[in-house]
Write a protein that binds this ligand. Structure first.
Ligand code: MG
Length: 342
């Protein structure tokens, strides 16, 4: 098999404001794998908090001898690559995504169908409204007509003003993400009650990721589910957080791809955890990969392509607020003509 690497920078439509920082672009690395005359694509997204740069991903791939492997032997390939990368999850996710695309194309099936996922069970997809001034919030809400669910980034000093501004323009249900930005468990409980009254369905990561005890305290009292994002990265973390949160936010870049995400979903269900299928700043490639298994989740938050201006692929299709899983074999990605990538 052959592997080609393409570093790329996703430009964000709006400066991405979350509790703690703001940025205008996100580095990614696309990979293209070819074997048996079939090519497939994967993506590693590298937001600062994952701690990897593009060069880290390039060196992990460039120092692995892919010519020894065939993609048909995907289990051995992924397992050897995982050890080689020292558990570099974005690199592993990129390879896992491309392999899923490749194997599905080889079997002439859409990836979701090959994985036994029922596309009818897809939930509404959430569109993120980052922390911003009221005029921009109004514009963002008005741009979200294709969505029936909004995600609000909270954890700054004017959370109530922000949510109230959104409520002036829409009564669509919301989900809230605090990115560890709330100060105390009592503040968080008061916020959860306030949000519940405004038709908010859940809150993500209200408090510091290491403060599991406060999250457990809050989960017991909150009228809305408390979902672990920063506190939950990969399969092994389920054991540590399962008694402290109501559910988990699964992202392919945190856990290493579609295969690991499916293992997490099955274990999370056995432990009574709710599931949010989320994403980093990603193009259609990594988002469409997550969408293949999103019908297994309670909530879906895959809005990456809608937050960037230079997506190399066509956006995915939304119908009645949900991502449409198409019938094309593989991940169903279509490169835009005007952006040459490979
Ligand atoms: Mg989050």
């Amino acid at each position: 098999m052959e592997v080609k690497l393409i570093p790329y920078t996703l430009k964000l439509k709006y400066p991405f404001g979350i509790s703690g920082n703001t940025r205008t672009e996100t580095p990614v690395v696309f990979i293209k794998i070819t074997d048996n005359n079939i090519s497939a694509i994967g993506e590693a997204s590298l937001p600062p908090y994952l701690g990897y740069k593009q060069n880290d991903i390039l060196s992990v791939f460039n120092s692995f001898n892919f010519s020894k492997y065939s993609i048909s032997d995907d289990k051995r390939l992924l397992s050897d690559f995982k050890k080689h990368s020292i558990h570099c999850m974005p690199a592993l996710a990129a390879l896992d995504i491309a392999i899923n695309d490749w194997v599905s194309k080889k079997n002439n099936l859409p990836c979701w169908r090959r994985l036994g996922v029922n596309s009818d069970l897809m939930s509404a997809n959430a569109m993120t409204i980052g922390i911003d001034v009221p005029q921009v919030i109004e514009k963002k809400v008005k741009e979200s007509t294709a969505f029936s669910l909004l995600k609000v980034k909270i954890g700054s000093s004017n959370d109530k003003e922000l949510v109230s501004t959104i409520r002036k323009y829409t009564d669509k249900p919301i989900i809230a993400d605090a990115n560890q930005g709330l100060k105390t468990r009592e503040d968080a409980l008061e916020m959860c009650k306030w949000l519940f009254d405004l038709n908010c369905l859940l809150i993500e990561q209200p408090l510091n990721k290491i403060d599991l005890a406060s999250h457990a305290w809050l989960s017991e009292r909150s009228p809305i589910p408390v979902i672990a994002d920063e506190s939950f990265q990969k399969f092994e973390d389920i054991e540590h957080i399962k008694n402290h949160f109501s559910g988990i936010n699964i992202k392919l870049m945190k856990c290493g791809g579609i295969g690991p995400a499916m293992d997490i979903i099955s274990s999370a269900r056995n432990n009574g955890l709710k599931i949010l299928m989320g994403c980093m700043n990603e193009s259609t490639c990594a988002n469409m990969a997550a969408a293949q298994i999103a019908p297994l989740a309670d909530w879906v938050d895959l809005d990456g392509p809608f937050l960037i201006t230079n997506n190399p692929f066509d956006d995915f299709i939304m119908k009645e607020g949900k991502i449409v899983l198409n019938q094309t074999s593989g991940l169903g990605l279509v490169l835009k003509n005007e952006i040459s990538l490979f």
